[in-house]
Design a protein around this ligand. Structure first.
Ligand code: C2O
Length: 587
């Protein structure tokens, strides 16, 4: 009798749960079943945790009901299909055997008794290390293609996830891409983790750690010499950028013409903007919140992903290849061994940035992010399912970064002219605005047509709030949003954004405080969402730049409006239009 009562209670709870959350309206049986079981369990046991997120804390620790989701972002392994390179050339980088036919295991943290693997700057590693790593890569290059440790297979893991070769789990024909959003940092961390473990196992050395290309310190601002030889060499690089050429980490697609010293100074100042003043809130650094399903898509990379990340990919890749392969195109990038060192530095900077935020302020607690999951092969050739929440503690992952000086941390740029004079000149110009209508405008909204960036766009942008207190500014960052960026032609594109610059944008750059940030578009194919020929969905991008600190330095904090200039670089502006510029506040 007791058992019968319990069963009917369970049944009742089940129906109630299902109806109350519209579970029957969804279409995938597996996930639906999964959620029903979870929901049932949570209702009966009062447990609200794990993969589902039917409830959320409202900040006061009170649980509130949220609409039931369809799924977390993840690939549907049975769908790997031909995709397109960034220039619309068909490419096939799927594994030879469908991964959906392989069993998978869930990720386990490595044994904590293993030695900590310390990643070192690539320009400082010794010959012995280089020889070992070189050997591993040549072995990986010689493995058969059906071995997931094969070097090309490793490169194609990146290709699959970056070219949209997988559809999303449980979302019809919606593809999955790992760039230009908050997936960027964690996904690449995972890829490097498995790659590093594979290299280690091939040379039988558990202490093996990838090197990092330390392009944010002057000594590291060139292609590390180790990448010029043996299995590290790649003939598909821009030959004018080989060492000792100083890297241009905010590459404009044309040579900067800077002396090495000026390039270094400009790079260091640029790092300050990207890591510090432009990235005071999590979304600014991490990128936009990309979630599952057609509606969950977003396109908004964080500061570091835009540049140096994109810019250096392009700077290294060969100018003689149509898509600047290898490093310059995502589908081929990981064929160049320097890819792993480039991303190792990106991964390191994520750690540095989190450290700078203090009080765990830079963390993301959204389960949509934490429970997004992907699949990789480990060194034992097992397919592993891994979630973002698994990779948030690198100590637990068994690695660390050698500490290096953070020169850029104190490289706060100075205004290019005394702010008082600049503001006086801007006001004068403002009052003569009628005469300058062709190149200046008071309206920062260019809709519906948008404005082509074939020449510099200058606009006066209204600031809804002035004279905010220090606390208010810490609470809410003032964000300059260039919205509705429409990439008309999928080529490398770049524009820089300046605030209160007096006509000098062509002669000043990141080394001046007026520089607020940059938009870099690496070719990546226009089909951002759909990939099956049925629908081509192209969405516009927003660029968000934190400017609270910059406005203080420009003494513009009390002004009701600022002058913003969008400056196309490398002659690429005719392929972009923007819908407008506005100020927002971000918590
Ligand atoms: Cu997934 Cu640096 O690219």
């Amino acid at each position: 009798m007791e058992a019968k009562k319990l069963i009917s209670l369970l049944l009742f709870t089940f129906i109630f749960a299902a109806l109350s959350t519209n579970l029957f309206l969804h279409d995938s049986n597996e996930i639906q079943y999964f959620f029903i079981i979870r929901k049932l369990r949570s209702l009966v046991l009062g447990i609200q945790r794990g993969w589902h997120c039917n409830s959320a804390s409202n900040g006061n620790g009170v649980q509130t009901e949220q609409p039931v989701r369809r799924a977390f972002l993840s690939p549907n392994l049975s769908t790997c299909h031909q995709s397109l390179t960034d220039a619309d050339v068909p490419i096939y980088c799927c594994p030879p055997k469908r991964e959906s036919e392989e069993p998978f295991i869930d990720f386990q943290l490595p044994d904590p008794s293993l030695p900590l693997r310390v990643r070192r700057p690539a320009h400082l590693v010794d010959e012995e290390y280089i020889a070992k790593y070189n050997k591993a890569i040549s072995i990986m290059k010689s493995l058969p293609y059906d071995d997931p440790r094969n070097f090309m297979r490793q490169a194609n893991v990146h290709c699959v996830y970056c070219s949209g070769a997988y559809d999303q789990q449980n979302s019809n024909n919606t593809i999955l891409k790992i760039h230009r959003s908050w997936l960027f940092f964690p996904w690449h961390r995972m890829m490097l983790y498995f790659h590093e473990r594979i290299v280690a196992s091939i040379i039988g050395d558990d202490t093996f750690a990838l090197p990092f290309w330390n392009w944010d310190v002057p000594d590291g601002m060139r292609i590390p010499v180790m990448y010029m030889n043996g299995s590290f060499a790649d003939k598909d690089r821009d030959t004018s950028h080989l060492p000792p050429q100083v890297a241009d980490i905010h590459f404009d697609y044309v040579e900067s013409g800077f002396s090495p010293q000026d390039q270094i100074a400009s790079n260091v100042a640029f790092m300050y903007t990207q890591m510090v003043s432009g990235a005071k809130k999590t979304e600014l650094f991490m990128g936009c919140p990309y979630k599952a399903g057609d509606e969950g898509f977003c396109d908004g990379p964080g500061t570091i992903e835009l540049a140096p990340h994109n810019a250096l990919h392009t700077w290294v890749g060969s100018n003689l290849n149509p898509e600047r392969e290898n490093l310059g195109a995502f589908y081929s990038a990981a064929r160049d061994p320097i890819f792993y060192a480039h991303h190792s530095n990106i991964d390191r900077l994520w750690e540095v940035w989190r450290g700078l935020q203090g009080n765990n302020k830079g963390e993301i607690h959204d389960p949509d992010w934490l429970d997004s999951y992907f699949f990789f092969h480990n060194e034992k050739l097992q397919l592993v399912r891994i979630k973002i929440r698994d990779v948030l503690d690198i100590t637990k992952l068994g690695y660390a970064y050698e500490r290096v000086p953070l020169l850029w941390l104190n490289a706060r740029p100075e205004p290019s002219m005394p702010p008082k004079i600049a503001r006086y000149m801007l006001k004068m110009r403002d009052s003569h605005n009628g005469l300058l209508l062709s190149s200046h405008t008071n309206s920062a909204n260019f809709e519906p047509e948008g404005r082509i960036l074939d020449t510099t766009i200058r606009a006066k942008v209204h600031r809804p709030k002035t004279h905010r207190t220090k606390e208010e500014k810490e609470e809410e960052e003032e964000v300059l949003v260039v919205y509705g960026i429409d990439v008309k032609k999928d080529v490398y594109l770049k524009f820089d954004v300046f605030v209160n610059a007096v006509d000098g944008e062509t002669t000043i750059g990141p080394e001046s405080r007026e520089f607020a940030g940059t938009f870099v578009h690496m070719r990546r194919g226009v089909r951002l969402v759909m990939n099956k020929g049925e629908t081509t969905v192209k969405r516009k991008t927003n660029l968000k730049l934190g400017i609270s600190e910059l406005l203080e330095d420009l003494e513009a904090d009390g002004d009701e409006s600022i002058w913003v200039a969008l400056v196309p670089r490398g002659g690429t502006g005719m392929h972009i239009s923007v819908d407008g510029i506005r100020i927002e506040y971000m918590r």
